[in-house]
Design a protein around this ligand. Structure first.
Ligand code: DGL
Length: 253
């Protein structure tokens, strides 16, 4: 069984990829709804939230944990990996994908939470790739709030995206990195509003990495039912409509 963690509904975008790639696995999805959005918390506090959720998922029997939350990865993954020895696979902003597929004169736009953009881990990744001079960072904390309220389209969201992305977007931009799992719900809308931008995220790459790790650790299951259980900050979700509808929405997109 695999535990998938996010602050809210964002990690469903990675869970969706995981269920496609590993249809026989059972999953527990943990949304930390008591504390979402994480942007309004101090990184130290976020690290405690994430560690508690990870330990909860282990107690429920998860063999491997997936951090389906870029913010959680950037503040907690090194700490967790140094403390625990079970597999922890973590999403991160797909800046490498954008760097590998763009020309040196193309600029890259990363949108993520302010916590991710300020984190040492993300900034080290950018330095390692040598793209500091052609990268623009854009925090979009309100997009997490829209997603949590179930607002995925309409004038309010469009206005927000037009204003914020419009501040930085130029003809030199080719890729927009969706460095927060909540933002994948807006991929099509962003590409419609800004036809010069191609959106990339870390979901597919992370799902493939989960499969590789499970194979390597001999944890891959082919006989389970593909069942998903949902928890909100440790409380089992009984009425699954919200999660089922969001997964269905992702399947149709
Ligand atoms: N979905 C999360 C991420 O990928 C964070 C959203 C939030 O709680 O601010 O960064």
């Amino acid at each position: 069984m695999i535990g998938v963690f996010d602050s809210g509904i964002g990690g469903l975008t990675l869970l969706h990829e995981l269920t496609r790639l590993l249809p026989h696995e059972d999953f527990i999805y943990f949304a930390d709804t008591d504390h979402v959005p994480y942007s309004y918390h101090h990184p130290e506090e976020i690290r405690i939230f994430v560690e508690n959720a990870v330990l909860f998922l282990r107690e429920k029997g998860c063999d491997a944990i997936v951090l389906a939350c870029n913010t959680a990865t950037n503040v907690a993954v090194e700490y967790l990996r140094s403390k625990y020895d079970f597999p922890i696979i973590a999403i991160q902003p797909a800046v490498k994908v954008a760097a590998d597929h763009s020309e040196d004169h193309n600029r890259i736009l990363t949108c993520a939470t302010p916590v991710t953009l300020k984190s040492e881990r993300y900034n080290n990744l950018v330095k390692t790739l040598g793209i500091e001079n052609r990268l623009d960072n854009l925090p979009l904390p309100k997009l997490v709030e829209f997603a949590e309220k179930g607002i995925f389209e309409g004038p309010e969201v469009e206005e927000y995206l037009r204003t914020e992305i419009g501040k930085l977007n130029s003809a030199d931009h080719h890729f927009i990195v969706l460095g927060c799992t909540h933002f994948t719900f807006y991929e099509k809308l962003i590409e419609k509003l800004f036809p010069n931008l191609e959106a990339v995220d870390g979901n597919e790459g992370t799902a493939r990495q989960v499969k590789r790790i499970l194979e390597k650790e001999n944890l891959l299951k082919v006989s389970r039912s593909g069942y998903i259980t949902f928890y909100e900050s440790g409380r089992k979700v009984k009425y699954l409509d919200k999660y089922r509808n969001l997964l269905a929405k992702l399947r149709l997109s």
